[in-house]
Design a protein around this ligand. Structure first.
Ligand code: ARG
Length: 464
């Protein structure tokens, strides 16, 4: 049955019915719709609209329907316009007319906004817990490979030696920010729209604060028009997903490069690779490619909803039904990708020797040599020029910097002495970094300790 048939004489066109219907996707809000309805029932009881018996009947039946749904016993009939119509009709089948009282002082506009925000809150908790697991996997790798040195890159050109732990901790910082962003969003969006009616509020004395308490909301909305037409909480969440995807895409891209024969820095576990149907030798890092590939669709989800919202006058407009698929898709995608990435990261094999060898070629210690000269009093800009000349000489001779004799070096500057070899040693190069946040063992250890403490606290926040 339609929730709005009374005013109409003519039948709805079948195609229009199909076009208008959201049941295929908003069925995902089934549980939230039941929970929201339970909250509504309590508020109606308090307002004197439902009697004690009626309240009990409503709550019992809604709980029953909830359980049946969980056990897959509810047949989702596509003839319903949306999940709200379905839930109401399931309740009507059980308790008759009292079911229709539930919509007193409630519109689907405040109902759907409430369902959506409850859904988003629940999913943010799941994503946050997943991000913590991912952060733990990254931290484990940083600890496991603490001593491995590899080239750090800028412009994808070998730049300076870094610790592999420093590399992993760089991603730790990114995903920590993502986690914090979700957490922050959760704080901000915890506001109940229910009780806003269609747009103007309700004639019935619904105790919204009490209802919010029943439904586990921290706060209630203060403007009914904004409340029914607000989808910022979806947008913020999709944005958070998009940014997390961007970070996951970057590490994926990097690991895809690292497992090529050209780099040969890591191996991806077979469980997360696939073969080629034609080339028997291939082992492709599909897991990482898909994480990278799915990033685009989450950006699309964000664009799609931003665009849906941009031209809408107050208050509710049916356009807003288009909030669901992008929100669901972004959440589903980010959850799947975090899980996969965590598994890939915890199972990679690191080829530390190749990483170190790569530091030997490409003059990664050139900056250290320039710093050495600067420490001896040569202005850095000039030291940079001198080392540039040394590099050109090395390239002609096919030598590495540390393969030059002191006499050869003295040709470029008489400041060079024996201690230059200590300064340009790859291992020393790392530890000569003194600034907080740098790649020296000491600073990386410091950062890891701080982040391990942080993890200990946050780990208990979102247990699911
Ligand atoms: N299916 C609708 C949605 O997702 C529910 C709200 C409908 N409200 C209305 N006034 N037609 O947005």
């Amino acid at each position: 049955m339609k929730l709005w048939g009374g005013r109409f004489i003519k039948e709805e066109d079948r195609l229009m019915e199909e076009f208008n219907s959201s049941i295929n996707f908003d069925i995902r809000l089934f549980k939230e719709d039941i929970e929201g309805s339970i909250g509504q029932a309590y508020a109606l009881k308090k307002a004197g609209i439902l009697g004690e018996d009626e309240l009990n009947k409503v709550i019992c039946s809604l709980n029953e329907i909830y359980k049946e749904f969980e056990f897959g016993k509810i047949k989702v009939d596509n003839s319903y316009e949306d999940v709200h119509s379905l839930v109401e009709s399931l309740l009507y089948e059980r308790i008759g007319d009292t079911a229709y009282k539930l919509h007193t002082g409630r519109s689907r506009n405040d109902q759907v906004a409430t369902d959506m925000v409850m859904y988003v809150k629940k999913e943010i908790r799941v994503i946050s817990a997943q991000l913590i697991s991912l952060l733990e996997a990254i931290m484990d790798n940083a600890r496991k490979y603490e001593d491995i040195i590899l080239p750090g890159y800028t412009h994808l050109q070998r730049a300076q030696p870094i610790l592999l732990a420093h590399y992993f901790m760089a991603y730790f910082e990114m995903f920590k920010r993502d986690y914090m962003r979700f957490k922050d969003t959760l704080e901000r969006i915890d506001i109940m729209p229910l009780g806003s009616g269609a747009l103007a509020g309700s004639t019935f004395p619904l105790d919204r604060e009490y209802e919010a308490e029943v439904l586990g909301f921290k706060d209630i909305s203060l403007n009914s028009m904004d409340a029914v037409s607000n989808r910022d909480f979806c947008l913020e969440t999709i944005f958070n997903c998009a940014l997390t995807m961007m970070h996951m895409s970057r590490i994926s891209e990097e690991l895809v490069l690292w497992c090529t024969k050209e780099f040969n820095f890591i191996e991806i576990d077979e469980a997360y690779s696939t073969g080629s149907s034609m080339m028997p030798q291939k082992k492709n890092p599909d897991s990482l490619e898909l994480v990278r590939g799915k990033t685009g669709r989450v950006y699309g989800d964000l664009m799609s909803l931003l665009t849906t919202m941009k031209g809408l006058p107050l208050a509710y407009n049916k356009d807003m039904q288009e909030d669901k698929e992008p929100t669901f898709d972004a959440v589903d995608t980010v959850k799947m990708c975090i899980s996969i990435l965590e598994r890939v990261i915890s199972t990679i094999k690191v080829n530390g020797e190749n990483m170190f060898m790569a530091c030997k070629e490409g003059y990664l210690n050139a900056t250290d040599m320039a710093d050495y000269l600067a420490e001896k009093g040569i202005p850095f800009r000039m030291a940079h020029g001198i080392v540039g000349n040394v590099i050109r000489y090395c390239e002609e001779k096919g030598k590495a910097l540390d393969e030059l004799s002191l006499e050869e070096l003295k040709e470029f500057s008489d400041v060079f002495s024996d201690d230059v070899y200590i300064a340009i040693d790859i291992g020393n190069s790392i530890n000569r970094k003194l600034t907080i946040g740098s790649t020296s063992r000491e600073m990386v250890e410091e950062a890891m300790k701080i982040e391990e403490e942080w993890l200990k606290v946050e780990r208990n926040m979102f247990i699911v």
